[in-house]
Design a protein around this ligand. Structure first.
Ligand code: GLY
Ligand code: MN
Ligand code: MN
Length: 450
């Protein structure tokens, strides 16, 4: 069994070193998250900010991190907790224990920050501080020019390429989430509510050591599967429904992001199988092509092409594939991106300003970057039958020669199919696929266990 270990992110020292190398000439200040009150004495569940996890690995609130490259040290500032608070909070580590736990040589209490800053700031003209640090420490930053944009961009640049320790955490998040997905496939029965399957997923993750989800699980039966970020999760699951579940646990802050679509009842119907096979083919082709130098936007367009061809074979679309793709008809069935970066945030760093490749006019994607070894990204094509698009009169007029709207309407109860895996681009050859949840038709049916 896996138990969360705060020392688990072995790479924070390397992350700080890399940041100091990009920003050698300023004082860097990063604030950890603060708790947010929900009411009276109750706070919202605390989740550390991703940049702080990246640099310090500390999951607790109210910390600060200072990088002082000219002074030759990194300092972690921890809250000083008095005996009264220990009555409510239990054990709170002191500086000695924190030093040992996180491997940061210089650990002090936050009430020492003003004095430390007073000494350190004379060495610099600029301060690379995030918004929280600027807001809370401004009176102690006299004489320093704030450069929050440069800090943010440097972190975006670094966080895009995952280190070995990060990949291990993502693998762990994936392995445990796999157990959750398989448990859901085995548990699903007609008559259940969608939230019962959400509970099964979260229970499995928690039992195996993942205390947080990377995002609220999407558990969508039948027509709800067409709603991309469906969140109600409260409808009754019917016999013959497809069940789309998009869920991933978080390990040391690193998220899995996995979608599977399976037949409640354990056997795909003919029409479910046909659509599923088209989506699976698009996903497999795109995974195989995810190699260094390839543009994520081109991969997205490849997925549109495969889906357009498949939907043509099934009679939903007609006309030359390029017209369906560049003219946008296929987007009614596939109204989202193929891929996004994944890491400490489920929609992670875009890689920094310099990595953004402008899209030519005929290509419209939000994430257009040349893939590099170490990028962790999702691969998630889908096909959906969402009335919000197919009932739109302007779209019906525009695409009446290319889309069989009558046929699409007859699939409104079908919902949608999405298949989503998490991959890491390798220096050469096909990527590492972190996701091992069954996805071949026979394997999904076997996992459903009827
Ligand atoms: N889970 C949200 C997404 O797949 O992007
Ligand atoms: Mn995703
Ligand atoms: Mn997802």
């Amino acid at each position: 069994m896996f138990v969360f270990d705060p020392k688990i992110n072995k790479d924070c020292a390397a992350h700080r070193k890399a940041l100091r190398k990009i920003l050698p000439d300023g004082l860097t200040l990063v604030s950890g998250g603060v708790e947010v009150a929900r009411n009276n004495d109750v706070n919202y569940v605390f989740r550390q900010t991703s940049d702080f996890l990246y640099l310090a690995g500390v999951p607790e609130p109210n910390y600060f991190l200072m990088l002082d490259p000219k002074g030759g040290r990194d300092t972690l500032f921890i809250p000083r907790v008095d005996a009264h608070h220990r009555v409510w909070l239990g054990h709170v580590p002191d500086v000695t224990e924190t030093r040992r736990t996180y491997g940061i040589g210089d650990v002090r209490y936050t009430d020492e920050l003003p004095a430390v800053l007073k000494k350190a700031r004379s060495r610099y003209r600029a301060v690379y501080a995030d918004g929280g640090a600027l807001r809370r420490l401004r009176p102690h930053l006299k004489g320093l020019k704030p450069r929050p944009g440069l800090l943010d961009d440097a972190l975006q640049v670094l966080r895009a390429v995952k280190t070995q320790g990060e990949i291990e955490l993502m693998r762990r998040a994936n392995d445990i989430s796999r157990e959750g997905h398989v448990a859901v496939m085995k548990t699903a029965r007609p008559g259940m509510r969608e939230y019962e399957l959400q509970a099964e997923f979260e229970r499995t993750c928690t039992r195996l050591g993942l205390r947080h989800q990377g995002y609220p699980p999407i558990v969508a039966a039948g027509k709800n599967g067409a709603v991309l970020h469906y969140h109600h999760n409260n409808q009754v699951i019917k016999k013959g429904d497809l069940l789309l579940i998009d869920a991933g646990g978080e390990c040391g802050g690193y998220s899995a992001d996995i979608t599977r679509t399976f037949p409640v009842g354990g056997r795909f119907s003919r029409r479910q199988r046909d659509i599923y096979a088209v989506v699976l083919e698009a996903q497999k082709q795109c995974i195989d092509r995810a190699r260094p130098g390839v543009l994520s936007g081109d991969l997205h367009y490849h997925s549109m092409r495969v889906l357009a061809d498949g939907l043509k074979d099934l009679g939903f679309l007609k006309g030359p594939t390029d017209d369906l793709v560049y003219g946008g008809a296929v987007r009614l069935f596939y109204p989202h991106g193929l891929t996004h970066m994944l890491g400490l945030d489920v929609h992670d760093s875009l890689g920094g300003r310099k990595r953004q490749v402008p899209c030519p006019p005929h290509i419209r994607v939000r994430f257009n970057a040349r893939l590099e070894a170490g990028f962790a990204i999702t691969m998630e094509p889908g096909v959906y039958f969402n009335p919000a698009l197919f009932n739109d009169s302007a779209l019906r007029k525009k695409y009446r020669g290319q889309i069989d709207f009558k046929k699409a309407e007859s699939f409104y109860d079908f919902g949608g199919v999405r298949i989503e895996d998490d991959i890491v681009v390798r220096p050469s050859g096909p990527p590492l696929n972190l996701t091992s949840v069954p996805k071949e038709i026979d394997d999904v049916e076997a996992a459903c266990g009827y």
